[in-house]
Design a protein around this ligand. Structure first.
Ligand code: IPM
Ligand code: MN
Length: 341
């Protein structure tokens, strides 16, 4: 079978790291074709298009989507905040029902979290990201802005079930992260659903951390985590922290999954477009490469997935422990490829 892969290279270093990820897919012998979609800040500035219906419908016909990074350079005012986030990234997550955001972390030996290996399962279509809210009397002294958090039993349950299933494939340990002491409605739904689903997984040892405490533990004892499940916004925040303690955001990969497989899933590094290093062969491609390992796994190509993952982990170790040599983008990918073939 020839996999049809859509590539949204995006802006800044996005196209560079995506190209490296594709090079790795070729090296591991995957049979695939690609089509580029010109989307992101550059495109928006060119003709005002963020994501039109034709592109959205066409994207649905692919087996998977690879995204590099989208966003304008820091300080640029050409793309107002929210345009690409809501109009492109979140629109893709909502329209393609990418309800799981899976973010695995493996800390290299010399990082703060050294020795830890865990996965954050972030709910990806609800919570504060759902976009509920609005303004009243905008721009006046009496302005009101609300931004609600939408939590459905269905959305919370499918996310929690996914996390329990994943825990059974790892070491049967799962931690719910929330803020049940203050978010007494949303937190209560999450906690109750967690407790109910847990009944079907007696082999899984469970724990609960408030999100603020989890921020401490991610720094002081990250080795204790195996699978974490949490809501959309908490997941966004703790995965940046997790990236920082696990060797830097240059290693952080993600899979935006339509886990029910009613359509394609989307794979992207957690990092941004990093316009300051564009075109200098400096970007670390490992997050993008680990993201396509997640893609291979999701497509059922588990042998190729583990080959790529093993190589990425070895190379992460080499790159992060080398004090005398800095590796460029191409060299890092080559190191991965050498270890695959
Ligand atoms: C991420 C990003 C996005 C998010 C933004 C760019 C919409 O920060 O993927 O973590 O908040 O989810
Ligand atoms: Mn984020």
């Amino acid at each position: 079978m020839t996999y049809k892969i859509a590539v949204i290279g995006g802006d800044g270093i996005g196209p560079e790291v995506s190209a490296e990820a594709l090079r790795v897919l070729e090296a591991c012998g995957l049979d695939f074709s690609t089509k580029d979609f010109d989307l992101g800040a550059k495109r928006y500035v060119k003709d005002g298009v963020v994501l039109d219906d034709t592109d959205l419908q066409e994207l649905k016909s692919f087996d998977a989507i690879i995204l590099g990074a989208v966003g304008p350079a820091i300080g640029s005012t050409e793309v107002p905040p929210g345009i690409l986030e809501r109009g492109l990234l979140l629109k893709l997550r909502f329209e393609l029902d990418l309800y799981i955001n899976m973010r695995p972390f493996t800390a290299p030996a010399n990082s703060i979290a050294s020795g830890s290996d865990f996965v954050v399962i972030r709910e990806n279509t609800e919570g504060t990201y759902a976009g509920e809210g609005g303004f009243l009397r905008k721009g006046t002294e009496h302005e009101v802005a609300t931004q609600g958090s939408v939590n459905t039993r269905f959305g919370v349950e499918r996310c929690i079930r996914f996390a329990f299933d994943l825990a059974t494939k790892r070491s049967n340990r799962l931690t719910l992260v929330h803020k049940t002491n203050v978010l007494t409605f949303a937190g209560d739904l999450w906690q109750r659903t967690f407790n109910e689903v847990k009944q079907s997984y007696p082999q899984v040892q469970t724990d609960y951390n408030h999100v603020d405490a989890a921020c401490i533990y991610l720094v002081t004892q990250p080795q204790n985590y195996d699978v974490i499940v949490t809501d959309n916004l908490f997941g966004d925040i703790i995965t940046d922290l997790a990236g920082a303690v696990c060797g830097g955001i240059g290693l952080a990969a993600s899979a935006n999954l339509n886990a029910a497989k009613t359509g394609p899933s989307l794979f992207e590094p957690v990092h941004g477009a990093a316009h300051d290093i564009v075109g200098q062969n400096k970007a670390n491609p490992l997050a993008a490469i680990r993201s396509v390992a997640l893609m291979l796994d999701h497509l059922g190509e588990s042998e190729k997935a583990s080959k790529v993952l093993d190589s990425v982990l070895k190379v992460s170790q080499i790159v992060s422990s080398s004090s005398d040599k800095t590796f460029n983008t191409e060299e890092i990918t080559n190191l991965v490829i050498e270890r695959i073939s």
